[in-house]
Design a protein around this ligand. Structure first.
Ligand SMILES: C[S@@+](CC[C@H](N)C(=O)[O-])C[C@H]1O[C@@H](n2cnc3c(N)ncnc32)[C@H](O)[C@@H]1O
Length: 325
């Protein structure tokens, strides 16, 4: 049995596998050779789902860096018994990377949560509806589907509309106007992937032991226990007034909300949870998470984000990661 943490990390990184999955595999197999390690993880990675929506702030590109910098996953998190919480789940890049045995997710975007739940309960119905959207796709059709009143649709139709609009709208943005109506224009991409049947079926399997709710992130305080792992990826505090992108939902997420979130972070840390948070590298956020005791530290990472539609707004942006382990 390989006990050395550094060796374990090296092997996991070189095989491009998850350290938690490697640990579980090593503990459960008697005959370990490099060949069966490789083929086992190749088989596993082919089975792994990925996010089914494009989501602003999606963490897919950053996860490998988090791992290399030892920021994630927390070494003490025992994925066999403890629960993973992702209260601002969005596209769920971290959830799909970790693929925990037990997970509790939430988001304030009600249509997104309905979509996850339909993938869990009626993936066949959803695939049928998405195939119809794919067949009919055009700018006129997009505008008709976008104009539908969500309150009058069944849940499976809400989910199919949500994925269809996400796949065909500009940059996969989710933006609503003052009355909560989705208002992103059609992208006219060639051949957008509207119905990724194979991936949707994999997500369906991953959702088996997962609960997802439409609720405020602060509810995590009622559920998380000592040893659980909570990852917060909130709407970021704006780097400048014009760079502000906080309207994933009709609710904003500015100073007051960021302060309340910091209090929830500290309360979970006191409970004995492993807590990790991403945010923008701004003086306000740095100050918010400073002087909170020895355990809570701020690290910086670089992210290539493309939110701004003007070329000049693209490029590498520094972000902070706050952890208590
Ligand atoms: C930065 S995104 C998360 C991105 C995600 N980690 C990913 O990889 O796609 C922030 C998410 O928080 C959600 N949100 C905003 N306010 C919230 C609140 N008060 N409680 C829970 N979720 C909220 C938004 O709908 C959005 O999906």
């Amino acid at each position: 049995m390989i006990a050395n943490k550094e060796i374990l990390k090296e092997i996991a990184l070189s095989l491009n596998v998850h350290p938690i999955h490697l640990k579980v595999f090593l503990a459960s197999s008697e005959k370990i050779t490099l060949e069966n390690l490789k083929s086992e993880f190749k088989k596993q990675s082919e089975k792994n789902p990925k996010p089914f929506v494009k989501w602003v702030g999606g963490k897919r590109q950053l996860i490998q860096q988090f791992r290399e910098d030892d920021l994630y996953p927390p070494e003490g998190f025992d994925s066999k018994f403890a629960t993973y919480f992702e209260p601002f789940v969005g596209g769920g890049a971290m959830f799909f990377d970790l693929l925990p045995k037990k997970a509790y997710l939430s988001d304030m975007n009600e249509e997104l949560v309905t979509t996850y739940n339909i993938i869990k309960s009626d993936v066949d119905g959803l695939i049928r509806k998405l195939k119809l959207h794919k067949k009919n796709d055009s700018k006129e059709y997009f505008l008709k589907v976008r104009a539908l009143d969500v309150k009058k649709l069944s849940e499976v139709n809400i989910a199919a509309r949500f994925i269809y609009l996400n796949r065909t709208c500009f940059n996969g943005l989710y933006r609503v106007n003052g009355s909560g109506k989705f208002n992103v224009p059609y992208a006219a991409n060639k051949n957008p992937l509207i119905c990724d049947e194979e991936n949707l079926r994999k997500v369906h399997v991953a959702m088996k032991h997962t609960t997802i709710k439409h609720q405020d992130y602060s509810k995590v305080l009622e559920k998380a226990k000592k040893g659980d792992f909570v990852y917060f990826d909130p709407p970021y505090y704006p780097v400048s007034k014009t760079a502000s992108f906080t309207s994933y939902t009709k609710y904003g997420f500015l100073k007051k909300e960021q302060e309340k979130l910091r209090d929830v972070f500290v309360a979970l840390s006191r409970k004995g949870c492993f807590v990790m948070l991403s945010n923008s590298d701004t003086p306000f956020i740095n100050e918010l998470y400073s002087n909170l005791g020895k355990k809570i530290r701020i690290e910086k990472v670089f992210a290539g984000r493309a939110i701004n539609s003007k070329g000049s707004g693209r490029g590498k942006v520094k972000e902070v990661v706050v952890i208590n382990y």
